[in-house]
Write a protein that binds this ligand. Structure first.
Ligand code: SAH
Ligand code: SF4
Ligand code: F3S
Length: 515
């Protein structure tokens, strides 16, 4: 859409479209905008203004019947943050009277909640949009929306506006609470509705949520990221760091405990920066964990940790154990101090290893997992070897490994890169071989041991087998009664594979030592 079309479309909304064609009601106050495109430049700005907390969110009364007789479908890509945002959007849909469906074919609204972290994540979404074109041709009344991190990118929005006319609405990660208004605009408007705020310093409480299960739950503790690692798009797509108030978080966790949830994962892009934005008190992740551990819920996790902000108080609190699990996901990205420097990770190999040493000293049975990027611009063989040697030195039990993917607008995307793709692929293969080797080794140690498993359901491949996870997030398959689903049970490991364990359930009455 060019500037002229944009103005025309805004005018159309302001002048004519602001009443519901069916009910004749005046909705003009809800049309703040129909076309607010993203700006990476604005998204980069970090103002000094205070975080605003909105605690009075409620669904606009006028829109509550909007979903009557309609169904929604949301496909989620990317990280836990997106998974959780989907739960919020599902809550909003249900509040508006929509029903959920598992199939795009009978959905009236289809949302793709997208991820922008690597090029292949984005390509998947464009592929899916291609498939949805037929659906739109068969049923022009179906609404198709793109939200999540890709919507925050100018280039993506422009590409959709130009090529993917089957899309009816694009809205950003800061606009989720505006979903009712955006849907309404999309029903009213012939134009594609674009509402993406690029600069956001707010925290919105009391959003409705429909959680995906009743065993494990996500709880946001903070939003955004201010780290600006040179390769990463997240600080642009998720805005500045802002923490939820401890009372709101604790209240949410208490409620989940009362509802019978067995495991909570506290979420943030850099949870160790929790509380740094509070101006009225000194309160960090260690303080929060120290309060949450007292809540009667069997397992508490958190993700993702940035090594730089992992402080001694947090280590001290984690060492108290109990429901705080001894599994620490600590993304390192590279084992070379030189590469870490140009990644702007702000720690060296030595500082990272020192942190691991401190954690191991305080929590001797801690297990570590990590994220690694190979093939950063101009990464040398020697620098890559340093990543391999660090991997062994820490003794990670598992890792997410990636080939570097240039992201438009980030500093790294402008760097010259002399590493051919073939070399990057070969490095990834070598790293993955090491990841497999160490995972298999870690798994072998469980042979014959008894572990505590939180049973999540039937195994994907065999309904006679149950599947669940240990405190250290190892997948365990075992034969057991369906009544065990949703409970913590003891399982003796009979077979260790590279990525999972097989076992048999131990009678509750048997006294055994649990690993
Ligand atoms: N906030 C988290 C990471 C979130 S993104 C942290 O800092 O640990 C998850 C992972 O994706 C990152 O840890 C990194 O390994 C990978 N990643 C991020 N940007 C990438 C890029 N441009 N190319 C390849 N991998 C990337
Ligand atoms: Fe991205 Fe770095 Fe922020 Fe993680 S800490 S989200 S890698 S910028
Ligand atoms: Fe992807 Fe956005 Fe998460 S880019 S990894 S969905 S924060």
């Amino acid at each position: 859409m060019n500037e002229k079309q944009r103005l025309e479309s805004q005018q159309a909304v302001q002048e004519g479209n602001s009443s519901d064609k069916k009910s004749g009601k005046d909705y003009s106050k809800y049309f703040e905008s129909v076309y607010t495109p993203p700006s990476l430049k604005d998204a980069k700005k970090r103002g000094k203004e205070e975080v605003k907390y909105h605690k009075d969110f409620s669904l606009p009364e006028e829109f509550k019947g909007m979903g009557q007789g309609r169904k929604f479908y949301i496909r989620t890509y990317g990280c836990q943050m997106n998974e959780h945002d989907t739960e919020v959007m599902a809550g909003i849909f249900m509040g508006l009277g929509y029903e959920p469906t598992d199939s795009v074919d009978d959905a009236n609204v289809i949302l793709l909640n997208t991820c922008a972290i690597r090029e292949n994540a984005e390509n998947k979404v464009f592929g899916e949009l291609g498939h949805l074109k037929h659906l739109k041709q068969q049923n022009p009344d179906v609404l198709i929306g793109v939200c999540g991190c890709m919507s925050q990118e100018e280039s993506v929005v422009n590409k959709i506006l130009k090529t993917y006319h089957q899309v009816d609405m694009i809205f950003g990660t800061h606009n989720i609470h505006r979903l009712p208004n955006i849907l309404h605009e999309a029903y009213m408007s012939k134009e594609m509705v674009v509402e993406v705020w690029s600069k956001e310093g707010d925290v919105i409480e009391n959003l409705p949520k429909i959680r995906r299960g009743n065993i494990k739950a996500w709880v946001n503790i903070m939003y955004g990221c201010d780290k600006f690692c040179t390769y990463c798009i997240v600080p642009f797509t998720r805005g500045k760091e802002r923490s939820r108030r401890p009372d709101d978080i604790i209240q949410e966790v208490r409620q989940l405990a009362a509802q019978g949830y067995q495991e909570i994962t506290l979420l943030g892009q850099n949870v160790n920066a929790y509380g740094k934005d509070f101006e009225d008190m000194k309160y960090g992740l260690g303080d929060l964990m120290d309060e949450i551990r007292k809540i009667d819920i069997p397992r508490i996790r958190f993700t993702t940790s940035h090594p730089r902000d992992f402080d001694d108080h947090l280590i001290e609190v984690l060492a108290k154990g109990g429901n705080l699990v001894e599994h620490i996901h600590l993304p390192v990205q590279s084992g070379s101090s030189e590469v870490l420097k140009i990644m702007a990770r702000k720690y060296t190999r030595e500082q990272y290893l020192e942190l691991v040493r401190k954690i191991k000293a305080a929590i001797p049975n801690a297990s570590f997992t990590t994220d690694i990027i190979v093939g950063y611009p101009n990464e040398t063989d020697e620098q890559f070897e340093e990543t391999l040697s660090l991997y062994r030195e820490v003794g990670y039990e598992s890792a997410y490994t990636f080939i570097y993917s240039p992201r438009e607008g980030t500093p790294a995307a402008k760097m010259q890169d002399n590493v051919p793709m073939e070399v990057k692929k070969e490095r990834l293969q070598r790293l993955n071989a090491l990841v497999n080797e160490l995972s298999a080794e870690a798994m072998k140690k469980y042979q014959g041991e008894v572990v505590e498993v939180l049973v999540e359901g039937e195994s994907k491949n065999n309904p006679d087998v149950l599947a669940g996870y240990t405190r250290k997030s190892k997948l365990v398959n075992f034969v057991g009664p369906k009544t065990a689903i949703g409970k913590l049970v003891k399982v003796r490991i009979t077979e260790a594979k590279t990525w999972s364990l097989n076992g048999e359930m131990v009678e509750e009455t048997q006294a055994v030592e649990v690993k």
